[in-house]
Ligand binder design. Structure first.
Ligand code: MLT
Ligand code: MN
Ligand code: ZN
Length: 304
């Protein structure tokens, strides 16, 4: 199984267009050692030719330009993308669907019924796409059952339901239910290896514990270092936990949890532009690396 990190930043990207927080301004001026990053998305393939796009970021055009292996050029109009899989209905994970409107086939999109409901109401991307390529919706049931994707031979996928809220524009934002947010377990039949991907992970529940225990690669939420980071940086008042993200630092933080899986490859992804781990010579980055944990970069290739 080959995984390509298309975008490793959280919503807004890094640096964010209107942000002059320490990290954004430092990146822009070159006074901090920090790489720019696009918004949250990965691609997975068993054969290196046919890819499942996991989340479709608003930055998808630049991400695909940087990933020539995803354009096999077998016909006048062609793509390596066989299907799109959505973890939730958030702007940073679904807006890229609009950029795929020139698809020659109805676009196969795998997501939960809850996400489909949001994408046909509060953020009606599926309805809009009906005027272009159309969507071939395939349901991911949030019951933990494995599914396969037509054209992606050799990989079994399992949606892992995560407790978190639907986006602000969702008609069911006030009534969270299984399927609003998923993690994804990917099992490569040939290598026998598993990867667990969860860019939005707020609470470590038993099903998350099980998924991580089974996995050789744990690719999880690296949004904020501190729960009150937005306030600390003066850019907002919401806690990371209120946005469905478990911060890295502290007694019950992500680093403490990941320490329970010392023999796995562990990578933080979906990193917010305020997060000091973006700065390569920061104390926070050192604390991550010291624990054997990695920080995702755009263009990173993971093979397992
Ligand atoms: C999130 O994961 O909380 C989102 O990235 C927020 C956003 O896109 O505005
Ligand atoms: Mn996000
Ligand atoms: Zn910023």
């Amino acid at each position: 199984m080959k995984i390509r990190i298309l975008g490793s930043a959280a919503g807004g990207g890094f640096p964010q267009w209107n942000c002059n927080c320490t990290t954004c301004a430092g990146q822009r001026s070159g006074t901090l050692h920090a790489e720019a990053r696009t918004q949250s998305s990965i691609a997975v393939s068993a054969n290196g030719v046919d890819w499942a796009l996991i989340n479709a970021s608003p930055d998808i055009r630049a991400q695909l330009l940087a990933a020539p292996e995803m354009q096999p050029n077998r016909a006048l109009r062609d793509t390596g993308i066989k299907a799109v899989v959505l973890m939730d209905a958030q702007i940073d994970h679904v807006t890229g669907l609009l950029m795929l409107r020139e698809s020659k086939q109805r676009l196969p999109v795998y997501c939960s019924a809850r996400v489909k409901a949001d994408l046909t109401s509060g953020f009606p991307i599926f309805n809009i796409l009906e005027h272009y390529c159309g969507v071939d919706w395939q349901e991911i049931k949030p019951d933990g059952g494995a599914f396969t994707i037509a054209g992606i031979d050799g990989i079994e996928f399992t949606g892992v339901p995560l407790t978190s809220k639907a986006p602000p524009y969702s008609p069911h934002r006030a009534n969270p239910a299984p399927g609003d947010n998923l993690g994804l377990l990917m099992y490569d039949r040939a290598s026998g290896k598993r990867a667990f991907y969860a860019p939005g992970l707020g609470i470590i529940e038993p099903q998350v514990e099980t998924a991580a225990t089974q996995s050789d690669l744990i690719l999880v939420d690296g949004t904020c270092w501190r729960d009150d980071e937005m306030a600390q940086r003066g850019v907002g008042s919401k806690l990371a936990s209120e946005m469905g993200h478990l911060c890295q630092s502290g007694e019950d933080g992500m680093l403490q949890w990941l320490a329970r899986f010392p023999n796995r490859r562990r990578i933080l992804i979906h990193i917010n532009n305020t997060n000091p781990i973006l700065v390569e010579d920061s104390a926070e980055r050192a604390a991550v690396i010291e624990r054997g944990i990695e920080v995702a970069r755009d263009g990173m290739i993971l093979e397992l």
